[in-house]
Design a protein around this ligand. Structure first.
Ligand SMILES: NC(=O)c1ccc[n+]([C@@H]2O[C@H](COP(=O)([O-])OP(=O)(O)OC[C@H]3O[C@@H](n4cnc5c(N)ncnc54)[C@H](OP(=O)(O)O)[C@@H]3O)[C@@H](O)[C@H]2O)c1
Length: 278
C-alpha cells in the first residue's frame, strides 16, 4: 500500500508561513491538500502564497500577527477559526536570531529574542488549546482562568509541531548567541511539558530541531570575523551542506499526519545533516 500524506479537509495554522522554513512548510502542506492559514509580521506574503494557492488548488489565508502581541494572537485564533474553519494542526515556526556576546547584549535584545522565540509559541499554543477546549482564548483573570471540560478523557485529535533548533541542544560555534540557544532549549522543553499536560485532551505536541538551513536567517554573518562562519558551519555538518528549507517542510508534514504520528508526543526530532553527531 503506498504511503500518502493527505490533508484534504484539514486546516493548518503556520506562524511566519510566508518566508524561509515557514514558506517551505506552507508549500509542503499545500501539496498535501491542506487549507492553510499563515501569519506574518513584517513582510506581507500575499503575492507569494497566492501563486502557491493557485498551483496546488488550496485556500491560503494570511493574517498580520506579531507573535509577541498576545492580544492580537488570541484575536487571530478566534478570527481565523471563524472565518476559515477550526484548525487541526498548529505550527509555531516564526523565530528570530541574534549573534551577540552576552556581555554586550541589552535587555531589550534579550526580551525580543525570548518574546519571539519562546513566549510567542507558548502563548499561541495556550490560546489554541483553550479555544479547542471551548474556553475563552485569552486568560482574562488569573483568579478565574476558566475551566476546561472535566470528566471523560477528550480526544480533540489536534497536532502542534514547534520549530525549535539544535541550538537548544548544543552550543553553536564560532558565533555567540546565548539568548537564541536558551530560547530554543526552552521551546523544546515547553513542548515536552505540554505533551504531558495535554495528552488527556488528545492534543499531541512535538518539536523539530533543524541544523543549518539556507534561509535569510543565516545568510548575512557580520563583516570581518563572520566571513568564515558559513565555511565552519558547513565543515561541522557531516553531509557538507546546509539543508534546503523544503527538507524541513516535508518532515513537518510527516510529523503532523494523523496516520503516521498518532502515538508521538513530547518528541524532538533532530534534522541536521549529522551536525550533532560530532
Ligand atoms: N535557518 C536556520 O538555519 C534555522 C535552523 C534551526 C531553526 N530555525 C528556526 O526556524 C524558524 C524559521 O526560521 P527561518 O530560517 O525560516 O528564518 P527567516 O527566513 O528569517 O524567517 C523568519 C520568519 O519568522 C517570522 N517572524 C519573525 N519575527 C516575528 C514576530 N515577531 N512575529 C511573527 N512572525 C515573526 C518572519 O515573518 P516576516 O516575514 O513577516 O518578517 C518570517 O516568516 C525559526 O524559528 C528559526 O529559529 C532556523
Amino acid at each position: 500500500m503506498p504511503v500518502t500524506l493527505d490533508y484534504n479537509g484539514k486546516t493548518v495554522f503556520i506562524t511566519g508561513g510566508g518566508r524561509g522554513i515557514g514558506l517551505a512548510i506552507t508549500t509542503a502542506f499545500a501539496r498535501a491538500g491542506a487549507t492553510i492559514i499563515i501569519t506574518y509580521t513584517s513582510k506581507d506574503p500575499k503575492e507569494v502564497v497566492s501563486q502557491l494557492s493557485e498551483e496546488y488548488k488550496v485556500p491560503i489565508h494570511v493574517y498580520h500577527c506579531p507573535g509577541e502581541n498576545t492580544e492580537r494572537v488570541n484575536e487571530v485564533i478566534d478570527l481565523a477559526s471563524r472565518e476559515v474553519g477550526e484548525v487541526d494542526v498548529v505550527v509555531p515556526n516564526a523565530g528570530v536570531s541574534l549573534w551577540r556576546d552576552c556581555v554586550d547584549m541589552s535587555d531589550s535584545e534579550l526580551d525580543w529574542i525570548m518574546k519571539t522565540n519562546l513566549y510567542a509559541p507558548m502563548t499561541l499554543c495556550r490560546g489554541f488549546a483553550r479555544h479547542w477546549l471551548g474556553m475563552s482564548t485569552a486568560v482574562k483573570s488569573s483568579e478565574d482562568p476558566g475551566k476546561p471540560p472535566v470528566g471523560e478523557k477528550l480526544n480533540l485529535n489536534k497536532r502542534i509541531l514547534c520549530v525549535s533548533s539544535i541550538s537548544g541542544i548544543v552550543n553553536m560555534n564560532p558565533q555567540r548567541q546565548v539568548a537564541y540557544n536558551v530560547s530554543k532549549a526552552g521551546l523544546t522543553m515547553a513542548c515536552k511539558s505540554l505533551a504531558g499536560e495535554w495528552a488527556k485532551y488528545g492534543i499531541t505536541i512535538n518539536s523539530i530541531s533543524p541544523g543549518y538551513v539556507a534561509t535569510d536567517m543565516i545568510k548575512d554573518p557580520p563583516p570581518g570575523e563572520g566571513r568564515e562562519w558559513a565555511d565552519k558551519w558547513r565543515k561541522d555538518t557531516p553531509v557538507d551542506r546546509f539543508a534546503d528549507a523544503s527538507e524541513i517542510g516535508r518532515m513537518v508534514v510527516l510529523m503532523c499526519s494523523s496516520e503516521s504520528s498518532s502515538f508521538m508526543t513530547g518528541h524532538d526530532l533532530v534534522i541536521d545533516g549529522g551536525f550533532t553527531t560530532y
